[in-house]
Design a protein around this ligand. Structure first.
Ligand SMILES: Nc1nc2c(c(=O)[nH]1)N[C@H]1C(S)=C(S)[C@@H](COP(=O)(O)O)O[C@H]1N2
Ligand SMILES: [Mo]
Length: 435
């Protein structure tokens, strides 16, 4: 299929390629430059080529906008096992979940977002999979998944995972990277063993400050000496009771795209700390400096900056806990509501904290109503909330949600801009109509 052709020409995914270089993409895919020709996007040879690739005619081809990539090409196969996710990039695979598909209290495997930095490893079988724990430990260990299950207490916990870049799409000026909107987050029941138990058995030496995580995925360039991502956390975070080495998700095996057969889950910190396809945990006496730990990756300025302002490299600091946030999963934005009372519901979470309250507004923030808020299933799980709301008359409404956490910190209305577009925790707004 077209997106598997000549990778040297196409270093990025299909959508990114069309975005960044529409003329070259049109030429490569459809044999002509159609981008500048807005109204007659596809004619003649280009249309015939696309029709041949789809195996059928495209009756409404005149309505297809410039730079348009038929979803039939881009989504073919790459999101196997996923349902309804929005593909943001196909190389590496990145896909988010529309908020209304995150409505369940626990996110099912087929609705859990995917954030890859490299190429999924070919062998993801649990047979023969080995995890090495080494570096500054008394007893370096190599453990099979059976060893993990037999030597340590197996626990199941509901844990929230959110990408540090979730919400990046709403930064202005825009930040480069995957344009996540709301759905690079999920909360699943993860089964595994505590990282703390494994590290204790290995014997953490005095002077350890940081973990370093390595996975089996490979670099996009194909260069075997490069790693797509290798991050770590402070030893204090690593020793928390809800940081798990995971081999099960929602009662079944981990999906391949979510790191099968073994991954870390580090709730409350950027998703990037939760190494997938986990092969090695290395304890270090310095802050880890692996791929995407240094420079401006997963870092924010240590002082307030104006939108668009240049920030000196040394002023960036590593993101640790994720901020307070909430999501409205019902109603879906754009819904025409037939009945007036509507159950507004969703989830709220705050890294290393709990949620104290969630408030809802239907009048652009003039007044607020407290939602009914559940306790977390365990520490590290998002909290479900709901509120029956009556929209007083026909017309357009925005429903806003604002969570406040255990340190009395609330979500802001507007985004605190940062150069890489991390940590957007502004209030979720959903637009609906009452007929
Ligand atoms: N080995 C490996 N682990 C990884 C990544 C990756 O690209 N490779 N991406 C990280 C990032 S940035 C995030 S947000 C989470 C996403 O987890 P998910 O794909 O299961 O949703 O995995 C993290 N672990
Ligand atoms: Mo991420």
């Amino acid at each position: 299929m077209p997106h598997n052709t000549d990778q040297t020409d196409r270093p990025k995914g299909l959508f990114a390629y069309f975005d960044e270089n529409p003329d070259a993409a049109d030429k490569a895919f459809f044999g002509r430059v159609a981008h500048s020709d807005r109204r007659g996007f596809l004619k003649g040879a280009g249309l015939a080529t696309m029709g041949a690739m789809l195996g059928t005619a495209i009756p409404f081809h005149r309505n297809m906008p410039a730079g348009f990539v038929p979803v039939a090409f881009a989504e073919e196969d790459v999101l196997k096992g996923k349902d309804g996710l929005t593909l943001l990039n196909d190389r590496p695979i990145n896909a988010e979940t529309p908020p209304h598909l995150l409505d369940a209290p626990i996110t099912p495997n087929n609705r859990f977002f995917v954030r890859n930095n490299g190429v999924v490893p070919e062998n993801t079988s649990s047979d023969g999979w080995e995890l090495t724990v080494d570096g500054m430990v008394d007893n370096p260990m190599t453990l099979s998944i059976a060893d993990l299950k037999s030597q340590f207490e197996v626990v199941t916990m509901a844990l929230t995972l959110e990408c540090g870049g979730n919400g990046r799409a709403f930064f202005d000026p825009p930040a480069s990277g995957n344009q996540w909107t709301y759905g690079a987050v999920g909360c699943a029941n993860f089964t595994g063993v505590r990282l703390a138990d494994v590290l204790s058995k290995a014997g953490v030496q005095a002077g350890v400050v940081y973990t370093a995580h390595e996975g089996a995925d490979t670099h996009l360039s194909g260069d075997a000496s490069k790693k797509p991502i290798s991050r770590g956390v402070t030893i204090e975070k690593a020793m928390s009771e809800n940081v798990l080495i995971v081999f099960g998700m929602n009662g079944t095996e981990l999906p391949v795209l979510n790191g099968a057969p073994l991954r870390l889950v580090v709730p409350g910190w950027p998703g990037s700390c939760s190494q997938k396809w986990l092969k090695r945990i290395w304890l270090r006496d310095v802050v880890h400096d692996g791929a995407k730990m240094t420079g401006t990756s997963y870092r924010v300025p240590n002082h307030p900056v104006a939108p668009g302002e240049e920030v000196a490299k040394e002023d960036f600091e590593i993101i640790e806990r994720m901020p307070v946030k909430s999501l409205i999963t019902n109603p879906a934005t754009g819904t025409d509501l037939a009945e007036k009372p509507v159950e507004v519901r969703g989830h709220a979470w705050s890294g290393d904290r709990t949620i104290e309250k969630v408030d809802i507004s239907i009048d652009f923030g003039a007044t607020w109503m407290a939602a009914e808020l559940d306790e977390p299933a365990n520490f590290g799980a998002w909290q479900n909330w709901k509120k029956e709301v009556t929209l007083p008359q026909a017309g357009y409404y925005e429903i806003w949600s604002r969570a406040t956490d255990s340190a009395s910190v609330s979500q802001p209305f507007a985004i605190a801009w940062n150069p890489k577009g991390y940590l957007n925790n502004s209030m979720h707004r959903v637009g609906v109509r009452v007929a």
